[in-house]
Design a protein around this ligand. Sequence first.
Ligand SMILES: [Zn+2]
Length: 301
Amino acid sequence: MPELPEVETIRRQLSEHLAGRTITSTRVLDPLLVDPEDPADFARRLTGRALREIRRTGKYLFIELDDGEALALHLRMTGQLLWTPGEPDEPTPYARAVLGFDDGSMVTFADPRRFGRAWFLPAGRAARSRAWGRRTGVDAMSPGFTARSLGASLERRTAAIKALILDQRIVAGVGNIYADEALFRARIHPRRPGGSLTQAEVRRLHRAIRDRLRMGISVGGASFDRYRDAHGGRGGMQDLFLVHRRQGEPCPRCRTIIEKGVVAQRGTYWCPRCQPLEAEVQGEADVEAQGEAEVKVQAAC
Ligand SMILES: [Zn+2]
């Protein structure tokens, strides 16, 4: 599933091509994409509008229109937004909607599994916020996401830390890939109860989330699967994964074999030595303390 870096890559590419452009045609090929809106009404509403800017919160894109409304898009599992300078040479497989622009360029929403959605958001801050509800909390790359805000959201929580950072209301934009990578960077076991993290661990985790997302953006996202950018290109993050999808391989830090299990109903990868299940006694653990924690975990098994 595209996460923050993948959606941000698409946002940047589309912004470059489309800012200020007018939508001259709208074809909805799959009514489910715009459900419950009528596809003809949807097309009428969108056609003729100019694009002011394209924004992003978490994994959602917002195409801001000249009348103050926005078109919200979520790619879900397998959605792609493909830009072409004109009509594509061949029909795009799994196309669900096609937008045409005043310079002849086109954007195709393609989506084999059809979980992606597009819908209108009203003009005006209050109406927008009512319509949006509590779908997302603070974006992981925004200044509002701080170690302090993360710590406050984790307080007294008994759920696994991985489940909590996947919760888009706590931090928007982190999905399965970047959760595993950030937890490894922060040396925190994905099954640790959120409320058990020390302040030092919360700070490390906040830093690690930012660091891995920034890395993902800088290489255009992760393309081990379906994800393609707006030009149909692949990202490079899959070659930089530290633990994600690397079970059975040596940990890049300590050479211990990386494990895989299920946490928060998702395939999860971690290093059993660098990410002990036991909480740190205090502050930053040194290597020796981590070794001891590992022995304790083994004894408990
Ligand atoms: Zn390790």
